[in-house]
Design a protein around this ligand. Structure first.
Ligand code: NI
Length: 135
């Protein structure tokens, strides 16, 4: 199905710059489709009951008292929702961990918040995407 949309010239120029920054591999229409899919994925991930994949990245100091044990305990408690995790030693003191989660969106965000809220976790971010096939 074809769909045309009126857009102010200035917005279109800025959008074309965005397309250019994303590289030559995608044209204007493809980038617009990506943006629409982004909005649909975001909506899906905010809808209770929807299955999602979550990628949680956290940074912490490994000297912090019993922090690693606490993080480990949470991950074992929710072992059936933790797909995998990778630990990277950033420097002598700092660790980065990437934890891949799978499950109902509310639960995935709850587990992520438990981990992010653990004392000693200095920084973190959860990125969600839907498991849904219709995107
Ligand atoms: Ni480490």
């Amino acid at each position: 199905m074809r769909f045309s949309v009126a857009m102010p010239e200035e917005l279109l120029v800025r959008f074309d710059h965005l397309v250019a920054r994303r590289g030559l591999a995608k044209n204007r229409s493809e980038v617009i489709r990506d943006l629409v899919r982004d909005a649909l994925v975001e909506e899906d991930c905010a809808t209770p009951g929807v299955g999602v994949m979550g990628v949680l990245t956290i940074v912490f100091n490994h000297h912090a008292s019993d922090l690693q044990e606490k993080l480990h305990t949470i991950q074992h408690e929710y072992f059936d929702h933790i797909t995998c995790s990778t630990h990277v030693h950033l420097d002598q003191h700092t660790c980065l961990e990437v934890i891949v989660l799978r499950g109902e969106t509310g639960l995935v965000q709850e587990i992520a918040n438990l981990i992010l809220g653990t004392k000693g976790v200095k920084n973190g971010r959860l990125s969600l995407t839907t498991i849904s096939q219709h995107i």
